[in-house]
Design a protein around this ligand. Structure first.
Ligand SMILES: Cc1cc2nc3c(=O)[nH]c(=O)nc-3n(C[C@H](O)[C@H](O)[C@H](O)COP(=O)(O)OP(=O)(O)OC[C@H]3O[C@@H](n4cnc5c(N)ncnc54)[C@H](O)[C@@H]3O)c2cc1C
Length: 572
């Protein structure tokens, strides 16, 4: 097992190569500082590549009345009044510039007949707002940003799994990585760090998220004393595939409903007319997801536990042009031709609104040289995220995080690293190699089942407490997990390391869900079905000095008077 390591220095280390990480790296490079990007998958493979429907920005190309104040109001209302108003303002103002910047970098978008960037409707957006390329917008963004990184000659280490951050005093001084395809250990020294590791959707059994989304950034940040916020807020997307079992949870983009798809139960009833007569299929994700859940629960679902999504009325040419990836996905995985047959769909875990708490203007965490951007960060989306706002989020706040990390690095020196801390981390990695180690994937299987069964779309105290007991048991069992063989390409080792991070997310999600005794946005409690004024608050999770998870409830930052005019008053 390795004892040695190679040290690599940069002014800023960016951990993660999704849209947020790549945009942050470009910003650091633009500032003249040296940046290194690391990623546990290959360049171009980050979860962002899976994004389908589009990127929200009030360009007003299709609906000229749209502007940043309307987008701002939509964010706050969809976030059910616990979003950071400042982040909402920044996002709403900056998103159009990020779309145009992508275009200037060479990204292609669908076009209006007069040649402007086309914008499509998405749930709970007042206007048609999503800039898109068919249903492959994430691929176009990743390709575009990847080209920027390559052309700028930014150093990139792929298949590099960061296990932990090294902290000295109040600052992060390094990060330990395993190059998975060689087994070599690296110490990345930097003056500032940006975490852009994406979400934790994989802590659930049924999810649309890629294999990478195991909440590694949440785990490493938490262990370094970084504050997390609103961890209970998990978005369930209304439409994931249900059949065949191997693809259960895989996303069916909201673009299908945006382009006119309708939801039907097995009685042939378009039930969204009952749940949301005005917005129907294009109401907020939590509303449509709960409607689908209820139809299935009350026996009007399909034999595979789904409802139907039908877009056949739009005709084959339209569908193949507007939704080519969906056409291919159903054809290849389910043998279903969506131009002729209905799709079977059910809610799937899709997005983490919670994550690292950051200062809105800088994306800095409570650790002064640690910044975070993208799905791993929190604040913008409050209790629920508007579709399309994540792609804007990762580029808007990725840029801001990169700029501020570079600014910090300019004024700083490298921190001193105690060699024993590096050695300890290497010993920790090596400790998983043991003959009698339990298979981490058995524990992951139990953990993800526990989360899907007990901390799902509708929650109650009994199930949440049960989940906490299971998580606590799995935490004890974690000390017995292990793997065999070589460190190179060792999947068992990856499982052990990811599991340690998944346990952090699960404990935080479940405890915060139990604490929030109300229903708000994506968080629905059957034992507290109403929204409660006293819960216009954020829940903060942090590692206590005794090594236990601590929680703090604090009021949401109050928005300035004039901003209240952009938002409908909250109704109880
Ligand atoms: C199927 C699907 C469709 C979607 N469609 C849309 C859409 O149309 N519009 C929209 O706005 N949003 C959409 N979303 C959400 C959006 O895609 C994501 O929230 C967003 O792409 C996250 O980007 P990110 O840069 O924060 O992280 P990611 O793209 O998840 O990238 C994370 C990076 O961190 C790396 N990483 C993770 N852990 C480690 C570690 N330990 N060490 C080193 N590297 C690590 C990964 O390898 C990866 O490079 C969709 C999501 C899904 C699942």
């Amino acid at each position: 097992m390795p004892e040695d390591y190679e040290t690599i220095e940069s002014d800023v280390l960016v951990i993660g190569a999704g849209g947020a990480g790549l945009r942050a790296a470009v910003a650091v490079n633009d500032s003249g500082q040296k940046v290194i990007v690391v990623s546990k998958s290959l360049l171009g493979k980050a979860h962002t590549v899976m994004a389908e429907g589009g990127m929200a920005a009030s360009l007003g190309n299709v609906d000229p009345k749209d502007n940043w104040t309307v987008h701002y109001g939509d964010i706050i209302e969809e976030g059910v009044y616990i979003s950071s108003w400042k982040m909402a303002e920044i996002l709403a103002k900056e998103a159009p510039s990020r779309v145009l910047e992508l275009e200037s970098y060479g990204a292609l978008f669908d076009r209006t007949p007069d040649g402007r960037i086309m914008q499509r409707a998405f749930g709970a957006h007042t206007y048609r707002r999503l800039a898109h390329l068919g249903d492959r917008t994430g691929l176009e963004i990743i390709k575009t940003m990847e080209h920027q990184v390559i052309h700028r000659d930014i150093a990139f280490y792929d298949e590099m799994y960061i296990t932990n951050l090294i902290k000295e005093g109040d600052r992060i001084v390094g990060a330990i990585g395993i190059k998975m395809n060689t087994g070599k250990i690296f110490l990345f020294k930097a003056k500032a760090f940006v975490i852009a590791t994406g979400g934790s959707g994989r802590v659930y059994k049924i999810t649309s998220n890629s294999w990478e989304s195991t909440g590694d950034g949440i785990g490493m940040a938490y262990r370094a004393g970084v504050k997390l916020r609103d961890m209970e807020m998990i978005q369930f997307h209304p439409t994931g595939m249900v059949y065949p079992p191997g693809v259960r949870g895989l996303l069916v983009t909201e673009g299908v409903r945006g382009e006119g798809g309708i939801l039907l139960n097995t009685k042939g009833e378009r039930y969204m007319l009952r749940y949301s007569p005005e917005k129907k299929e294009l109401d907020a994700r939590d509303v449509v997801a709960r409607a689908n859940y209820r139809e299935i629960l009350e026996g009007r679902g399909t034999e595979h536990g789904g409802v139907y999504l039908d877009i056949t009325h739009k005709g084959p040419d339209f569908i193949k042009h507007k939704l080519p990836a969906m056409y291919q996905q159903f054809m290849e995985f389910a043998g279903v031709d969506i131009t002729k047959e209905k799709m079977e769909v059910a809610p799937t875990v899709h997005y983490m609104m919670g994550g690292i708490e950051v200062e809105p203007q800088t994306e800095r965490s409570n650790v002064e040289n640690l910044f975070a951007a993208g799905e791993v960060a929190s604040g913008l989306h409050g209790a629920n995220r508007l579709g399309g706002n994540s792609l804007s989020d990762i580029l808007v706040f990725g840029k801001i995080a990169g700029e501020n990390a570079a600014e910090f690095a300019k004024k700083s020196e490298f921190g001193k690293i105690t060699p024993a801390k590096v050695k300890n981390e290497i010993q920790y990695i090596n400790s998983f190699f043991r003959e009698d180690g339990k298979n981490p994937y058995d524990l992951i299987d139990r953990l993800t089942s526990c989360m899907s069964e007990n901390v799902g779309i509708v929650r109650d105290a009994e199930h949440l407490k049960k989940a906490l007991e299971i998580i606590s048991e799995l935490k004890k069992e974690f000390s017995g997990v292990g793997t065999k063989g070589l460190i190179k390409y060792n999947h068992g080792l990856l499982g052990c390391l990811e599991l340690s991070n998944m346990l952090v997310s699960c404990e935080a999600i479940t405890t915060c869900a139990l604490m929030r005794e109300e229903s708000r946005g994506a968080h629905t409690r059957s034992d507290f079905p109403k929204k409660d004024k006293n819960w216009i608050r954020n829940i903060i999770t942090v590692l206590g000095e005794d090594g236990k998870m601590k929680f703090e409830v604090k009021p949401v930052d109050e928005m300035p008077g004039e901003y209240k005019n952009y938002v409908k008053p909250e109704v109880y």
